[in-house]
Design a protein around this ligand. Structure first.
Ligand SMILES: Nc1ncnc2c1ncn2[C@@H]1O[C@H](COP(=O)(O)OP(=O)(O)OP(=O)(O)O)[C@@H](O)[C@H]1O
Length: 250
């Protein structure tokens, strides 16, 4: 039984597309990464899988349970660890309740709101891992963590996987998914445009490209297949994982 089976999942916010017709599966014991730029639909996909958003169409199972059925979804979540993309948004709920509990044990009290973003992220990470979940859904897990903590996080994930857990994590950084994941699904404008094993991605390599631009350019101008780690500013930099002979987007 796969840990996640997602079939034609779509979620629209009114007329705005969050994700469309997303299908993939995460095998038992596998680490699967969602890679995509801001707005690609990573958070929407994760929150729909968790049953926090109801899908516009399509369906999914998590740990064999129907993610679109509220009772089944809740049963599945008992065995799932979830890290929200911005734990600050959930400060009065999951992470806050966790910190209060910890503080109460020490006879102290402190507010999540007083913590730095990095420290909030740490609290939320502990909360996601604390019940030894069978499945972890981690939305941009290392944003806000310094490099040392990113390493510790990676060790934590590997430990859970060694114990048999499966993981879905999202990131806009190729290096992060490449370091942790077995397979990567590339999301672009709500669509899952490619699913590849990390070893395939590695074998294709990737060229670091930096371009100085004479006039203003939009991110959208560069969001084509083959371009990853896109940064648009005074200079534009990205990792090109496509071929050299084909045209951009080919
Ligand atoms: N609550 C909402 N209401 C309306 N549109 C939304 C809502 N949440 C997300 N969207 C839209 O859905 C699309 C996908 O957004 P989503 O947050 O899932 O992307 P993401 O890949 O997680 O990006 P980020 O890395 O910025 O979190 C975007 O166009 C976004 O504007």
């Amino acid at each position: 039984m796969p840990a996640i089976e997602c079939r034609g999942l779509s979620k629209y916010y009114g007329d705005v597309r969050g994700i469309e017709d997303v299908s993939f599966s995460v095998d038992d014991g596998e680490v699967f990464g969602f890679l995509g730029p801001n707005g690609a639909g990573k958070t929407t996909a994760i929150r729909t899988l968790l049953g926090f958003l109801s899908p516009t169409s399509g369906g999914a199972t998590l740990l064999g349970r129907d993610a679109t059925d509220p009772v089944e979804s809740r049963r599945a979540r008992e065995r799932i660890g979830f890290l929200p993309g911005d734990p600050g948004l959930d400060r009065d709920r999951t992470a806050g309740a966790f910190l209060d509990h910890q503080a109460a044990l020490r006879g102290e009290s402190s507010r999540i709101a007083d913590l730095s973003r990095g420290n909030r992220q740490k609290v939320a990470l502990v909360a996601a891992f604390i019940h030894d979940p069978d499945l972890l859904l981690l939305d941009e897990p290392t944003s806000g963590l310094d490099p040392l903590l990113q390493e510790e996080f990676a060790a934590l994930v590997r430990e859970r996987v060694d114990d048999g857990a499966s993981v879905l994590l999202s990131s806009h950084v190729l290096g992060e998914v490449a370091a942790l994941c077995d397979r990567v699904g590339v999301l672009r404008q709500g669509h899952l445009v490619a699913v590849e094993s990390v070893s395939e991605l590695r074998s294709r390599g990737g060229k670091q490209v930096r371009v100085r631009v004479a006039e203003d350019v939009e991110r959208a101008d560069f969001e084509v297949r083959g371009i990853m780690n896109l940064r648009v500013g005074d200079t534009v930099s990205f990792t090109w994982t496509g071929g050299v002979a084909r045209g951009v987007g080919g």
